[in-house]
Design a protein around this ligand. Structure first.
Ligand SMILES: Cc1ncc(COP(=O)(O)O)c(C=O)c1O
Length: 388
């Protein structure tokens, strides 16, 4: 089976991890500082705070900008559950918004309709690595005194108007989980320009303990400590940072390969009658996943045909306002999100795919498109079947 994603690591990462283990300073330390500096330099941003997951990055980025109980945060309904949980973890309320049909990016006009006096932040998601309309969001944020906390989990290495995603704005949050554009095993980072917010977030990452980070960066620590703010144990350990440093060196090659695969898919799928790729500009996007839309009611048929041809598929993501735990926050209708998530399928995209794998995927997708869809189940049924 060709998997939809997998990490690409080699002896370089193993050697780097071995070095950290032989130093016996495995946790937060000098390798994390080195990784943070490398991320800062790559993105062109003043601060990078490395953490243990993308989810914790979202959580402490919101917290660092003072989001808390009584506040509303607007978030696309179609995104990973991590966005919603990070908002709820602070006692704030998620307000679900629509995404665009042909990009899955947050619809800023719809965001405007959902603003209230309680709105404090917007969390756009750079879906598949494709940047959202940040200019429109930043203008809105300035006008209404909001924060824009970007979920850039998919977008490490993508460009927006000639600068890296994360280089501008309040804060961007990356994930370095095993299948992201680069991995640290598990990990994430908050990147931002504001000195005070960066200091708050850095402290929050390690239990709100003052100055501890700076000592640990030198692979040492103090036995006297002061807890001066709320905090969590969210830091990235040295051995994960060591993996990240090696992955960063490989990133240009990873991006080039991912783009080449996406362009080949786009070319092969242009003009298909039933299978529609998303619209993504691969000149600027460092693509994380590749999603196609199929007719409503035929998603299982598509997934099953690909499975029979040895091709794995996935679903990114189920609309959160339909999730059992989140549906109480679905205050107003989201018809586009409800239709859209039932029609999206993720097909394989990663750097370990061979050209022959890519052609196998294409042949299976084209075979599906040649079918007429007769005998398909009623719309809606397929979607309900995959709900947890
Ligand atoms: C859009 C999005 N946001 C947030 C996250 C959370 O990242 P992590 O898995 O590193 O916690 C992910 C990870 O899959 C994601 O895809």
């Amino acid at each position: 089976m060709i998997p939809i994603s997998r990490p690409l690591t080699g002896p370089e990462e193993m050697k780097a991890v071995e070095k950290v283990f032989s130093s016996a300073w495995l946790g937060l330390g000098s390798t994390v500082l080195e990784f943070e500096r490398a991320v800062q330099e790559y993105l062109g941003v003043k601060h990078a705070v490395a953490v243990n997951t993308g989810t914790s990055a979202l959580h402490i980025a919101l917290a660092g900008f003072g989001i808390g109980p009584g506040d509303e945060v607007i978030v696309p309904s179609i995104t990973f559950a991590a966005c919603v949980q990070s908002i709820l973890a602070l006692g704030a309320t998620p307000v679900f918004a629509e995404s665009h049909e042909d990009t899955l990016l947050l619809d800023v006009d719809d965001v405007k309709k959902r603003l209230t006096k309680k709105t404090k932040a917007v969390m756009p998601v750079h879906y598949c690595g494709n940047p959202c309309d940040l200019d429109a969001l930043w203008a809105l944020a300035e006008d209404r005194g909001l924060r824009v906390i970007e979920d850039a989990a998919h977008a490490f290495g993508s460009d927006y108007h000639g600068r890296k995603i994360g280089a501008r704005g309040d804060a961007a949050c990356f994930s370095f989980d095993p299948i992201k554009n680069i991995t640290t095993g598990e990990g994430g980072a908050v990147v931002l320009g504001d000195d005070e917010a960066a200091e708050r977030i850095r402290r929050m990452r390690i239990l709100g303990i003052d100055k501890d980070t700076w000592l640990r960066y030198k692979n040492t620590r103090s036995y006297f400590y002061e807890v001066v703010s709320p905090g969590f144990r969210y830091h990235m350990p040295n051995f994960c940072a060591a993996v990240g440093l090696e992955q960063l060196k490989k990133l240009p090659g990873f991006i080039a390969r991912r783009r080449a695969i996406c362009r080949r898919y786009d070319e092969a799928f242009s003009g298909l009658k039933d299978v529609k790729p998303l619209k993504v500009d691969y000149a600027t996007t460092a693509p994380h996943i590749y999603i196609v839309r199929v007719p409503e009611g035929r998603r299982d048929e598509f997934m099953e045909l690909l499975k029979a041809r040895g091709v794995g598929t996935g679903l990114h993501y189920i609309a959160n306002h339909e999730q059992p735990y989140f549906k109480k926050y679905a205050a107003s209708p989201l018809p586009r999100a409800e239709s859209l998530w039932r029609r999206i399928v993720t097909i394989p995209l990663h750097c370990a795919l061979s050209d022959a794998d890519v052609e196998t995927v294409i042949a299976a997708v084209q075979e599906f498109d040649r079918k007429d869809g007769a005998g398909r189940p009623a719309p809606g049924r397929i979607g309900k079947r995959v709900m947890p």
